[in-house]
Write a protein that binds this ligand. Sequence first.
Ligand code: ADP
Ligand code: MG
Length: 585
Amino acid sequence: MVNPTVMEIRKLSQDVASRIAAGEVIERPASVAKELIDNSVDAGARDIRIEVRQGGRRLIRVIDDGNGIPQDEVEMAFERYATSKLRALEELSEISTLGFRGEALPSIAAVSQATVVTRAQGEEVGTLLRLDGGRVVHCEPRGTAQGTVVTVENLFYNTPARLKFMRSITTEARHISELVTCYAMAYPGLRVSLVSDGRTVFQSGGSGNLYDVLVEVYGLDTAQRLLEIQDRSADDSPVTVAGFVSDPLLHRSNTRNVTILVNRRIVRDRLISYAIREAYHGLLPKGRHPIVVLSVELPSGDVDVNVHPAKSEVRFRDTGMVFSAVQKAVRQTLSRRAPVPGDSASFGWERVIEARQRRLVDAGHHPSARLGGLALEVQRTARLLPPAEEAPERDKLPMLRVLGQLGLTYIIAEGPTGMYLIDQHAAHERVLYEHLQSQRGRSAVVSQTLVEPMTIEPGPRLPAIDEERLAKLRDLGFDLEHFGARTYLVRSVPAILQTSELAQSILDIIEEAERADGVRPWEEEITIGLACHGATRAGQALAVEQMRELILALEQTSLPRTCPHGRPTMLHVSAEQLEREFGRR
Ligand code: ADP
Ligand code: MG
């Protein structure tokens, strides 16, 4: 056995401490690029050029035309916690710059050989400053254009542990190019370019229009298949959601094409990623991911940006609000154009894309690209995102004729383009859910008084129902009150809850809501549960008249093709597919 070496407590030398601290901010070459680009954006640059050699391992250089650093502040900028962006802690909740911690330049300099050449607005000469492992080795006045050039060479040369963890040149180069394209999408008004080992690998035009950047990043073919998010949330909603999402027939094997911006900050956010996933639920094949550029804006007081030194995470004051805003905006965008799952690709997309182009042409703006003889319109504005187009017709179901019931579970129907199999439970769930939602919206949930009040007893598997939850249940049509320690008296229930097992259903609904992951608001989970428990079950025989009624009601819903859990309500087998399967062509 090895004796543990006992050492006295001693303060780390400045040198060691700063290299350790740098590790929190600078993980790999792309982190250097990120911090430097942040600084250029904060400096008001219009043009940012990034040069790298060997995936940034040899060299990373960021050149901007921003404000520059005044001569007498250049050395100070490389000191720890030196920043021009924040004075007092209270300002943090109002922060509008990307940086504020004053840690990036000193961290970068501590683990590399760095050079800055800069000239501030209004100054005659600029400055050249060179550092090695954080120590200033050279400083002189230097004539140069207004703006800043930071060059970082031999990253991690003095931290062998980190050096070992660097990945291959191609991997590091990929991280950097993903990062640069993210900035181009986050700031469509910036001209951003990336030169890797002497070759220009990306360049954005800085038109101010996100769609133009999407064409530059993904190519015209893919960009055309991205749907613009139309946020239908109320005008007074503090959260706005904008951007583009891919149609469900366009997907990728990884999540790298999901770009999330919160108040224009590129972040990784589990909540928003989850909201996006939920919105696509039932629309994408397993293990596939959409292409998304999603920008969430909310008052700066509602989001904490100071969660981590690398500033790539944020925390929201009201997670439920952000989750539902994102999920709703994406879902609505998809629902207007999504084909029935299982449809052949020819069913709708060509038509949708064509219609979209035609609308743009009809709008009569200056064309910026041509495709197949059709002028493709792109509106040019200085906004982050182009204004929403005219809302297309909602993706209504076609007229369906009921043919019968299959296995006491599915309704078989015929439509103009083929056969439909409708899951009676899922379809009914969708109908009830939207009824309830609209009743909730009008604070007019229809409830039904029980002939005889009954008691329910949540038992040990459930927490007691607190006053807040009782009030929420009341809004949903339940009249519940305490009746002894763990017993509740039920006087009335929402009218849609038609079931012979009433007490058990209520307990199940509450339990399912408790067990949910807490991303959706609790009352939303209850609503979904109510729709599920109120809906007709599989195995129940339905008369033709009942089936007709159900399908008519389904046609009236806003998202007829999925149940509230996100599973499909129907499968469509096109006439074309039938022909093919039967070898008729
Ligand atoms: P922070 O961005 O958190 O303030 P940094 O260490 O990244 O901290 O930068 C320190 C300071 O140096 C900034 O506050 C800013 O005043 C100045 N600075 C850094 N990069 C640039 C740049 N590209 N253009 C102008 N000023 C810069
Ligand atoms: Mg910074």
